[in-house]
Design a protein around this ligand. Structure first.
Ligand SMILES: [Zn+2]
Length: 502
């Protein structure tokens, strides 16, 4: 690839080449692979992030404990400036589950795997009650229940039923699927946004139950007797929401079917949750390998993943796996004694699951002030962001967010890793996690194409635990992140921001 040059005015005139010229040596690729594949450090780190740190719900006590411990771990890895860094306020305040017991007692006894929805309230101690199935298809149907629910447990309408699946639980992307992803997606119609009537009905039901105050509400979410982890709508200062518990759809469905057969159903339960005040804040946990080139050291290659998780399980695939890969990548670079030209920074984001609070807070403080429509100092120093948040599966390529200018860089850099299955550059956009914060500002910020493994079945549930991790895939991913971050830190050129942005 021949270099081409553009001049950009940044106060002084700075000349940047637009194409990668300086892939790191094959010897460095070898050393990174040897360090990533040759020891058991990633196994220790994986157990530490899951079993030891436990669930990391945003602004929960355990989430805060994790931040402190992760900061200490970064220091232990020899990274510089490890810190919990303020990102933003958090309107929900903190919430912690202290106790959950849920069982059906009539027509026979069965205890259920159950989990309270985050930010829902507590039962009045131990309660036993008749169960009512809320049979509503329209808002008007709610009226027949008015004034009748205060001493009942309410089963929400069945919204999901189980269907047998004949595809394997875990799979790797096939060559055909990767070829499909490699096709330029443009031009293509934007997908219509979902605005279902279902959502309106669900909100009406939630409002109705909040006024009628049943003893507790049971929702069905999750399969294979594993409830999903979800939350209710709540902001600090609102009245405490009625206790709402998620049951797997099998258990929820069983009680719904019994009631529809006119068999009386009773339950007993005790759920205790605590709320903490509104003045909670979202932190990111950040550390660096400082840049050494006098001209480039203020430029930042950022790698990251969200540290928060849902409260069920230990948030292993979502998103301890991303944190493990990013931390291991930093460990590898540190172990190899790399002295990068640009600064390599790791950021483990807070409160992603509730609306990307951590990364948005960071972008607002250091990159672009949306209110004043003004770039902050970090914007022009932003070299690259790499994010991981699609489970534990191996990286097979990267989504380049329609940024054609990024293609030559990754095409050059990826070559020593093609033999590990990293072969696909996709110009597609991929959604819904922290890279989107930066991509929305035109900055080069990407997520990888990952093998799905069991992600769809397990994330946001109680079974998102250590067992969901594929250690061998995490090793490959860590090596790839270390390699790309190093190349981006050393390259004479930088991936240009999208023209006309922000
Ligand atoms: Zn996630």
């Amino acid at each position: 690839m021949k270099p081409s040059f553009i001049c950009a005015g940044l106060g002084l005139m700075v000349c940047l080449s637009t194409a990668a010229q300086t892939r790191q040596s094959d010897e460095m690729a070898y050393r990174i692979k040897q360090e990533a594949f040759g020891n058991q450090k990633i196994v220790e780190l994986s157990q530490w992030f899951t079993d030891f740190l436990g669930p990391r719900l945003a602004e929960s006590e355990n989430g805060r404990r994790a931040e402190v411990l992760v900061k200490e771990k970064m220091t232990e890895f020899g990274l510089s400036n490890a810190r919990q860094e303020y990102a933003s306020g958090f309107p929900k305040g903190g919430w912690d589950n202290r106790k959950t017991y849920v069982a059906m007692t009539e027509p026979y006894y069965t205890a259920f795997a159950a989990t309270p929805k985050a930010w829902s309230g507590s039962t009045q101690g131990f309660v036993k009650a008749d169960v009512v199935y809320l049979d509503v298809n329209t808002e008007a149907d709610l009226e027949k229940y008015r004034g009748k629910l205060s001493d009942k447990v309410v089963l929400l309408p069945v919204s999901q039923t189980y269907t047998l699946r004949f595809s394997p639980l875990a799979s790797r992307l096939t060559e055909e699927e990767l070829d499909e992803l490699a096709q330029d997606p443009r031009p293509a119609p934007r997908r219509a946004r979902y605005r279902g009537g279902d959502y309106t009905l669900r909100s009406a039901v939630a409002r109705f139950l909040q006024t009628e105050k049943p003893l507790a509400v049971m929702a069905g979410d999750g399969t294979f007797n594993v409830p999903g982890s979800r939350s209710v709508n709540y902001k600090a200062g609102d009245p405490e929401p009625v206790p709402e518990i998620t049951l797997p759809i099998e258990d929820h469905g069983r009680m719904a079917r019994l009631i529809q057969m006119n068999v009386p159903v009773k339950m007993e339960l005790e759920v205790s949750n605590t709320f903490s005040p509104a003045d909670t804040i979202v932190n990111n946990v950040i550390a660096e390998i400082p840049g050494t080139d006098p001209k480039l050291k203020n430029e930042v290659v950022l790698i990251g993943a969200h540290l928060d998780s849902w409260h069920g399980g230990t948030g292993a695939a979502d998103n301890a796996s991303g944190c493990i890969v990013m931390m291991e990548a930093m460990r590898i670079l540190k172990e190899l004694g790399v002295q990068p030209r640009r600064t390599i920074r790791i950021a483990l984001w807070g409160a992603e699951e509730h609306g990307l609070y951590g990364s948005r807070g960071y972008a607002g403080r250091f990159l672009y002030n949306r209110k004043d429509k003004k770039k902050e100092a970090g914007y022009d120093n932003f070299a690259l962001y790499l994010n991981m948040d699609n489970g534990s599966g191996r990286f097979r390529g990267i989504y380049l967010e329609e940024n054609d200018m990024a293609v030559p860089f990754f095409r050059t850099w990826m070559q020593p890793f093609e033999t590990l299955g990293f072969t696909t550059l996709s110009l597609r956009r991929t959604g819904s996690t922290d890279h989107a914060t930066f991509n929305a500002l035109g900055l080069p910020a990407y997520q990888f194409i990952q093998d799905e493994l069991e992600y769809g079945r397990t994330y946001h549930t109680l079974m998102d635990t250590y067992e969901r991790l594929s250690i061998e895939d995490l090793r490959v991913n860590a090596a790839l992140v270390a390699w790309f971050a190093l190349n981006a830190a050393q390259d004479n050129a930088r991936i240009p921001v999208k023209p006309g942005m922000p």
